[in-house]
Design a protein around this ligand. Structure first.
Ligand code: SF4
Ligand code: F3S
Length: 357
């Protein structure tokens, strides 16, 4: 059955499919004219096997994929890609499940995609996570080592995430921490946004290549700009209108959450643009500050979550994660940051500013 018939069978109209392709072009920062190229590529896409591995995780990324109320084009694409192994959703169990995975690795060497969810414990010989008698470390080496590409989804698989939080009892790391030479696309987030996984896969199916990445291995189309640069509350930040207490007048009016600890100024993610749950909402829209969940070691680096950032390195829509990394080495960055934040806050007065710390 071809792709068009498959999506129709699952209740997705042609109109919805075209809308999806247009949204994907936008997500990938391509002109809308690319929508037809994407549609054409998806309709002709060859079956590419996919192995979805889960290690030290909460299955939140799988949930993000499956949470839709009806089958989405995103879900169907991954299905059409042929998910040969996925512990949470596959029908076979035990030896049969392991056989599916081993057959794919053996028969499609260098031609399948691996998706990894959850961190990999390397301490004490990797004994803290074993599946089918093998450690997660050995499974990663075997599966990702022979894959065409690996997509690490969620902050655990990308950078170790919550299991790696101090004191990191299992020695949890992300995929690259186990197999540094593998081709890995990192799609962090707690959980990842399925739109970004889909757009990465769509990019691969359309252009035959992976999207451009930043120095942390994240696709630039999704992690090239800060939350703060596209936040719907940004006008309030610039106007010095801050929430000072949960439920206060500013909170009820949708003002900026910077004083409540929002990490949007230091977090690179497209949450304000694509949102979660089929574009329904995202943390800041729902009234809570960003925790910086897509940044490496966010649990340690971004906490206390409700204390405001002391300063903001780099300041302006031109900044990228890489530039900020470079900027940290330059003493003037701190000056710029203090100036930017100070300018906004001074409008409300220093007395109020201290009260939220
Ligand atoms: Fe939005 Fe947070 Fe930036 Fe305020 S500090 S504008 S809430 S991202
Ligand atoms: Fe995470 Fe912040 Fe987005 S907490 S989901 S990166 S708004």
């Amino acid at each position: 059955m071809d792709f068009s018939s498959e999506i129709e069978k699952r209740g997705v109209s042609r109109r919805d499919f075209v809308k999806f392709c247009t949204a994907m072009a936008a997500a990938l920062a391509l002109p809308s004219t690319f929508a037809s190229k994407i549609a054409e590529a998806l309709e002709k896409a060859q079956r590419t096997p996919l192995i979805w591995l889960e290690f030290q995780d909460c299955a939140g990324d799988t949930e993000a994929l499956l949470r839709a109320t009806k089958p989405t084009v995103a879900e169907i694409i991954l299905d059409v890609l042929s998910v040969d192994y996925h512990e949470t959703i596959m029908a076979p169990a035990g030896h049969m499940a392991e056989k599916s995975k081993n057959d794919t690795v053996k028969n499609f060497r260098g031609k399948y995609i691996a998706v990894v969810e959850g961190s990999i414990p390397v301490k004490d010989g990797g004994i803290y996570c074993c599946i089918g008698g093998k450690s997660a470390v050995d499974i990663i080496k075997e599966v990702c080592g022979s894959a065409l590409a690996t997509i690490a989804v969620g902050t655990c698989a990308t950078y170790g995430g919550i299991p790696a939080a101090d004191p990191n009892p299992t020695g949890a790391v992300g995929v690259k921490g186990v197999i540094p030479t593998a081709t890995v696309v990192n799609i962090p987030g707690c959980p990842m946004n399925v739109e970004n996984l889909t757009a990465t896969v769509v990019h691969f199916l359309t252009f035959g290549s992976l999207p451009n990445l930043d120095s942390l291995g994240r696709p630039l189309f999704a992690f090239g700009e800060r939350i703060h640069d596209h936040c719907g509350r940004r006008a309030h930040f610039d106007a010095g209108q801050f929430v000072r207490r949960w439920g206060d007048e500013g909170h009820r009016n949708g003002w900026c959450l910077y004083e409540m600890g929002c990490k949007g100024p230091e977090t690179f993610h497209n949450c304000p643009v694509v949102k979660y749950n089929e574009g329904t909402s995202w943390p800041v829209q729902a009234g809570h500050g960003c925790l910086g969940c897509s940044e490496p070691m966010f649990w340690d680096k971004m906490s206390p979550f409700y204390r405001r950032l002391p300063n903001v390195p780099g300041f302006g829509v031109e900044s990228t994660a890489d530039k900020i990394g470079a900027g940290l080495a330059v003493a003037t960055a701190a000056g710029l940051a203090i100036h930017g934040i100070g300018r906004a806050i001074s409008k409300k007065g220093s007395k109020d500013k201290e009260s939220a710390e």
